[in-house]
Design a protein around this ligand. Sequence first.
Ligand SMILES: C[S@@+](CC[C@H](N)C(=O)[O-])C[C@H]1O[C@@H](n2cnc3c(N)ncnc32)[C@H](O)[C@@H]1O
Length: 357
Amino acid sequence: MRHQGGRTAAAKERGLGVGAQTPASTLLKICMGLRASQALFVAVKLGIADLLAHGAMTSDELATATGTHAPSLRRLMRALVALGVFTEIENDRFSLAPSGELLRSGSPGSQRSAVLFLVGAVRWGCWSDLLGSVRSGEAAADRVLGMPLFDYYACHQEESLIHDEAMGAFSTAFATALLEVYDLSRYRCAVDVGGGSGQFLAEILRAHPQLAGVLYDLPHVVARATPVLTAAGVNDRCTVEAGSFFETVPTGGDLYLLKNITHDWDDTRAEAILSKCRKVMSVHATLLVLDRLLPDRAECGRNVDAYLIDLEMLTLAPSGRERTRREMEMLFSHAGFALTNVLATASSLCIFEGRPA
Ligand SMILES: C[S@@+](CC[C@H](N)C(=O)[O-])C[C@H]1O[C@@H](n2cnc3c(N)ncnc32)[C@H](O)[C@@H]1O
């Protein structure tokens, strides 16, 4: 104890509070990220939060319910208690902490599918070959999955469903963030290009009864849209079209939404998608690209998530990338749009507004 106290005093003398960051601890904290995220993933995969929703349980009881090795599961639970996901209410008896509540399936604001998506096999595998992507500039997905990401989803329904559910889980917050800062009341028909299974468009339509919607995505994705649109009560105002945005985009909208689309692709392909939109848009229509905005220059502690997602795009898609304002402006301009506004939202996404040039 005396030794520890001495170290604490020494740390204080150097102006480092207990637990304060040192240059070495900054590096170790970065390294711990993968350990924490895998522990979280395993708990979600085992459905621990759904079991604890009925009341506190011991590690033996949890192990029986999940078919796992009790002493090892206890170690997992302890780690997640330390990380703030569960609580050890008495020795070896666990309950849900507020973050753990959000891992329950079907609960309001559930992040369960987000964890499965962000840490699951597809992303995990692609991140494991980030080095290959940095060396070659090519998507790790092609090497790790054996094919481009969206082709992989087309033939792996379970992973594709996890992707869509996670996008849906993020969509409610993103829709609220968009509606807070952007007035959609003058629009009549919104086309959501690459709109997934419709969660985002459903939120927009729900908030704006004057709007009709067109949901557009690949066939295996829009095949899951009807229950989403029906549950939101907007099915009668929304049509669903299947196809590739590299070939065509639905006509007739006065508002075209592209959320998390341009960041999946390099400039050539992103420009091709925007050009397809431009081709079917009247001069009075509006384009809203919803993506992250990278500043011109990186700074310590700022925009960390955006830079990490930018790297994720490098591993996943053919030169997928987040963009600076200037880069987005160039993209718009090459596709025949003027970038008329860039609006921050309460979410991680910005609104890039474009009008036919
Ligand atoms: C990152 S997700 C974004 C989904 C949705 N916009 C959202 O933010 O929740 C990218 C979407 O693009 C779709 N997509 C990929 N390639 C496509 C193509 N060639 N034509 C149409 N949609 C495509 C995917 O199926 C997926 O739904």
